[in-house]
Ligand binder design. Structure first.
Ligand code: PMP
Length: 352
């Protein structure tokens, strides 16, 4: 840290991304990426000609991309915001909807970036513990008077909450934003994006990083009422108007035009997830009922960190969190069936 850093940031505990090692080829089940490449149409559209146009700035309004996303979801382009990964949108939301007087609230076990944004902007964050089985009690989010952020499905547990519960939270918090982070919704959750027509305080955030195999392109999108989207645009035009590069924009449009490819991959991942969950249970693991592209599991035969290290020695990377409440667990991204068979065999080898 230099002596020039603002003292306000000196104690900031930044987000730690999952490992992206270069020392050897791992079976990478640690950062919830898709094991499949982007759709053939994406590869075709991001052509040499498009690279040749990189001398020009991209469309700051992302007109075509927003039209396509709106049409796919039965909404208007004014209800759609797009940005450089959904992390960017979460960042904008904390900037736009919270301040010294308006705090935020989220669960104790959820996406690790929420508290980082809270700290970055000096926001008072109410951390609400999940129940013993990692489910969320929606009534604890009623009438909070602060921005509420809920990942649905949650990370790293993969557990979901119902639309009825989300409605209850929206209705009891009319004066603050309820942000539903649906990064993993395509793997078996139910999106609440249609509710943006009913609730002005709902912001639904999704990403191309998981189900559409485009983590490397950095593209996220959000749905909300026109005013909420304008608020996010205010932040965008005050920080980085060209927040999506030309190649990502083209790739994002092509991915929407390849919906069948995307559905096929999602179904393969769901199948591999259910196979892996059932094999892990046979091996004595406690596994949450994940509706995401990852599993969250612990064994009483081996500690969470030890299993992570043993798997790493065998060339398989999973994600271990050292947080006390979940330190016996590992989060295992679901890869291809072949990768998951290797993973299950490695676990069995370690345990027996
Ligand atoms: N929300 C959740 C719950 C996540 O797990 C992630 C991925 N780390 C993100 C948002 C951010 O994803 P991206 O920025 O790649 O869209």
């Amino acid at each position: 840290m230099s002596r020039y850093l603002s003292p306000r940031l000196a104690a900031l505990d930044a987000y730690t991304p999952g490992e992206q090692p270069r020392d050897m080829q791992y079976i990478k089940l640690n950062t919830n990426e898709s094991p499949f490449p982007p759709s053939p149409l994406v590869l075709e559209k991001v052509s040499e000609a498009e690279v040749g146009r990189l001398n020009l700035y991209p469309d700051p309004e992302a007109t075509v991309l927003r039209q396509k996303l709106a049409a796919l979801h039965g909404l208007k382009p004014e209800n759609v915001f797009v940005s450089n990964g959904s992390d960017d949108i979460l960042n904008f939301a904390f900037m736009a909807f919270c301040d010294e007087n308006r705090g935020a609230a989220f669960a104790d076990i959820t996406y690790g970036f929420y508290p980082v944004y809270g700290d970055l902007y000096g926001i008072d964050c109410k951390v609400i513990p999940l129940k013993g089985d990692f489910t969320l009690d929606p009534t604890e989010y009623h009438g909070l008077g602060r921005m509420i952020v809920i990942a649905n499905p949650n990370a790293p547990t993969g557990l979901t909450i119902s639309e009825a519960d989300i409605r209850g939270i929206l209705e009891s918090n009319p004066d603050n934003v309820v942000l539903i982070d649906e990064a993993y919704v395509d793997f078996g959750g139910k999106s609440v994006y249609p509710l943006v027509k009913e609730y002005d305080n709902l912001l639904v955030v999704q990403t191309y990083s998981k189900s559409r195999s485009m983590a490397g392109a950095r593209l996220g999108f959000a749905f909300g009422c026109t005013e909420l989207i304008r608020d996010l645009e205010l932040i965008k035009y005050s920080t980085n108007p060209y927040n999506i590069n030309r190649l990502t924009m083209i790739a994002g449009e092509a991915a929407i035009d390849s919906n069948d490819y995307f559905m096929d991959n999602v179904n393969k991942i769901i199948e591999a997830r259910e196979y892996t969950a059932s094999e892990l249970r046979k091996l004595g693991f406690t596994v949450t009922d994940s509706k995401a592209n990852f599993l969250f599991a612990k064994s009483d035969r081996i500690g969470g960190e030890e299993l992570y290290l043993e798997l790493k020695k065998r060339g398989i990377l999973v994600r271990h969190f050292s947080k006390e409440r979940i330190k016996e667990y590992n989060r295992i991204t679901v890869g291809t069936m072949e990768q998951m068979e290797k993973f299950v065999a490695a676990v069995a080898d370690i345990l027996y």
